[in-house]
Design a protein around this ligand. Structure first.
Ligand code: NDP
Ligand code: GDR
Length: 332
């Protein structure tokens, strides 16, 4: 059976892993990208290097309904994974307007185009643990009240509500994943995990002497991105659409991540890490820890990569990229 998938945000961490997963399952994979990406593939499509010939890319902008409508009408997908977003929480404090515009309108435009052109298309929305924000309970599950602490979180709550409304009002097969932090060697450099692991590599190679960080006491539930995109696919294979928390259920502080990453490279983080008050957020999410028992029960999903393995994989990858060969670092 021919299956076509459309992925927005295909150039990002999750989009690139999801595209590879779907290609492996025999899908015809299409991606929606910004025009600049097509004009500058060497820089903007690097995460797609190994699968570039197997994906078809279409230029469109989250800011333009017309461009999204046109892309959906060309592809006529059976499954649509909406991953594109201004995804950096810190930046949402600097530019609330573009975060809200791109994330809320972009989701609305894509849902509306799908409803009009391919109403039977199965739709995935990339919800986030940031929707829980200042959560009243730990761990958080699908019934936990949302209390977002940034315009990013607010935009994701709006996208989640839009997705649910299209499911209820128009009977679309529209599901949301409420994904907790997931990382990998493909993580953007602005996020704390990659900032730390690339910082370790820079220090080891002598290109840097210190690493400036913000709140070291914040706690996150960190999993591996490759495993989390599999959960997205599983959601769209269910008979009925629904919402699912995807998490490891284990939480660690940024300090623990730092300590382990430096120790894996044979360094004591206390000699290199400097606190920077400018990197603290105006409003912080202190403890995120997810309860994914519903996903385990209904989707048969589970995570396998634990915290230590994730940290080691990321440090090793950044060290290899910096030309540092260390004993015992596993190639992946
Ligand atoms: P990335 O930041 O790696 O990727 C974001 C993608 O969105 C990129 O492809 C980017 O394109 C695209 N994008 C951003 N703004 C626009 C725009 N205005 N128009 C078109 N495309 C745009 O994010 P991740 O892969 O980590 O995350 C994927 C999704 O999941 C996001 O929606 C994120 O908010 C959400 N999420 C992520 C979690 C995580 O821990 N990784 C956890 C929970 C939710 P370009 O390359 O051109 O910038
Ligand atoms: P997050 O990820 O905000 O959870 O959003 P990020 O890695 O940016 O921050 C995690 C925690 O680390 C603290 N922190 C720092 N963060 C950054 N970026 N830089 C620093 O120097 C630094 N120092 C400390 C932060 O205060 C925070 O508490 C990610 C994104 O992928 C979202 O798109 C997604 O929805 C959520 O995860 C779940």
């Amino acid at each position: 059976m021919e299956r076509r998938a459309l992925i927005t945000g295909i150039t990002g961490q999750d989009g690139s892993y999801l595209a590879a997963l779907l290609i492996g399952k025999g899908y015809e994979v299409h991606g929606l990208v910004r025009r600049v990406a097509l004009e500058d593939p060497e820089h903007r499509l690097t995460r797609l290097d190994s699968i570039r010939a197997q994906v078809k890319l279409h230029a469109a902008s989250l800011e333009s309904y017309a461009s999204i409508h046109q892309a959906v009408s060309k592809v006529m997908p059976h499954e649509c994974y909406h991953l594109a977003a201004q995804s950096f929480v810190s930046y949402s404090f600097d530019d609330e307007f573009s975060t809200l515009n791109a994330n809320i309108n972009g989701t609305h435009y894509l849902l509306a185009a799908a409803k009009n052109l391919v109403p039977k298309c199965r739709f995935y929305f990339a919800g986030s643990s940031e929707m829980f924000g200042h959560a009243g309970e730990v761990p958080q599950n699908e019934n936990t009240h949302f209390h977002p602490r940034s315009t990013y979180g607010i935009s994701k709550v709006a996208g989640f509500d839009l997705t649910r409304n299209y499911r209820e009002a128009y009977k679309m097969h529209a599901s949301s994943g409420i994904l907790f932090n997931h990382e990998s060697p493909r993580r953007g450099y602005e996020f704390v995990t990659r900032k730390i692991t690339s910082g370790v590599a820079r220090i080891l190679s002598g290109r840097s002497k210190e690493l400036r960080l913000g709140n070291l006491e914040a706690k996150r539930d960190w999993g591996h991105a490759r495993e989390y995109v599999d959960a997205m696919w599983r959601m769209l294979q269910q008979d009925d659409p629904d919402d699912y928390v995807i998490a490891t259920g284990v939480t660690h502080s940024v300090r623990e991540f730092v300590e382990l990453a430096f120790a894996h490279a044979g360094l004591d983080y206390r000699q290199y890490v400097a606190g920077d008050p400018d990197l603290f957020r105006p409003a912080e999410v202190n403890i995120l820890q997810g309860d994914s028992s519903k996903a385990r029960r209904k989707l048969g999903w589970k995570h396998e990569v634990g915290f230590e393995e994730l940290v080691r994989e990321m440090v090793d990858a950044d060290c290899r990229a910096a030309g540092i060969e260390r004993k015992g670092s596993a190639a992946r």
